[in-house]
Design a binder for this molecule. Sequence first.
Ligand code: HEM
Length: 155
Amino acid sequence: MDDQSTPTLYTWAGGAPALARLTEAFYRRVAEDEVLAPVFAGMDPGHAHHVALWLGEVFGGPAAYTEERGGYEFMLSQHLGRAITEEQRRRWLDLIMDAADEVALPDDPEFRAAFVSYLEWGTRLAVRNSAVDATPFHEAPVPKWGWGEAPPYVQ
Ligand code: HEM
C-alpha cells in the first residue's frame, strides 16, 4: 500500500459516527468513575461531541473542530490550570481504551498502536499544559496523527 492508498486513521476507525460512539461511551464511563467524575462534573453538555470532532481532525478527518470550536487554542484553554494528576490521566486513558473495545473500534495491531500512541502523547501533554505553572504555546496547529512505523501491510 502506498501513501496515497493508505486510509487515514479517521477512515479506518469508521469516521465521525464511530468517533461519536467512542466519546459517548467514554463519557458514560467517566460519569460513573470515582476518579474522573469530579473532574468533569461541570462539563459542557456538548463535550463528548466536541472531543469526537477533535479526534476526527487529529486522525485525518475534516477540520470540524477548528471550524466549530476554534482549533488548538480553544482546546488548550479548556485544560489550562486544571492541574490534572497522573492518576487522573491514567484513568482517562484506561477508560477510553475500554470504550474503544465497547464500541468495537478496529482492534488490529496497527490501528490500536497508532490510536494509543496519540492518546498517550495527548494525555501527557494535557498534564503538562494543565499544571498551574505551565507556560505552553497558546497557538499551534492541531496535531495530525498517522500510522507511524506500522501502517497496514497489503501485498
Ligand atoms: C489525548 C488526550 C485529550 C484530548 C484529545 C482532550 C480533548 C479535549 C478537548 C477537545 C476539549 C475541549 C472540548 C470543547 O471544545 O468544548 C477538552 C476539554 C476538557 N478536558 Fe480534555 N483532552 C484530553 C485529555 C484530558 C485529560 C487527561 C483530562 C483530565 C483527566 C481532561 C480534562 C478535560 C476537561 C475537564 C475539559 C473541559 C470539559 C468541559 O467543561 O466542557 N482532558 N479536552
